[in-house]
Write a protein that binds this ligand. Structure first.
Ligand code: G3P
Length: 218
């Protein structure tokens, strides 16, 4: 399973990248605003800064909600760097835009997926990735992981090439469960990625090894 980090924070991106396990980055307008990145040029420059840190796909989201606007914005975003993936919302105009970009060989990430029907439609249009939002489904008492399993089944039935990019991942169990279900990619915050390394028995064991070594070696 590929690991993407879901943030626009350059320090978090650098830290995850330095671990050597980072495959890509996803962003969205809320994450950009959270980092105080505002204004068209600053936002575009920030995407390039991210691309200069991570050698992998970087999702950059369009703001337009009509086909022509998405095409205009998406083409500009894709021209910024070879690793940019145009992130498009799951609306009917977005499906048309995904089909357009797919025919041109421009990679897309269809975002705000909350049902398997939406995932099927996006795959039919040729989306490179689809982003089902696990955490936000959990937030409304619906099991987000069930959606990943349904989409996996549908995509495997027809050998769709569209990759499942589990998003709105909040904690390490989401990551582990996504891996069990065969999600192609997960995108989560640095905290969830870091937490995968934690185990109290590892800490205790290491403490013991170092203490025993010190006893024998002064
Ligand atoms: O990738 C989508 C993600 O950013 C949404 O996460 O935690 O805002 O639901 P969250």
């Amino acid at each position: 399973m590929k690991f993407f980090i879901d943030t626009a924070n350059l320090n978090h991106i650098k830290e995850a990248n330095d671990l050597g396990i980072l495959d890509g980055v996803t962003t969205n307008p809320s994450l950009m605003a959270k980092e105080g990145i505002t204004g068209q040029q600053n936002i575009l420059d920030h995407y390039v800064a991210i691309c200069n840190i991570v050698d992998g796909p970087v999702s950059a989201e369009v703001i337009s909600t009509d086909f022509e606007g998405m095409v205009r914005e998406g083409e500009h975003l894709a021209s910024l760097h070879k690793n940019i993936v145009v992130k498009i919302p799951m609306i009917l105009e977005g499906i048309k835009a995904i089909k357009y970009f797919s025919a041109k060989g421009i990679k897309t990430n269809c975002t705000l997926i909350f049902s398997s029907g939406q995932a099927l439609l996006a795959a039919k249009a040729g989306a490179t990735y689809i982003s089902p939002f696990l955490g936000r489904l959990d937030d409304v008492s619906t099991n987000g992981l069930d959606l990943i399993a349904q989409i996996r089944l549908i995509y495997d039935n027809y050998a769709f090439n569209t990759q499942i990019l589990a998003a709105s991942v909040r904690h390490p169990m989401h990551i582990i469960n996504c891996a069990e279900l065969g999600s192609d990619v997960m995108t989560g915050p640095l905290s969830a990625i870091r937490a995968l390394a934690n185990h109290p028995l590892t800490d205790l064991g290491l403490q013991q090894f170092l203490a025993d070594h010190a006893k024998g070696n002064g």
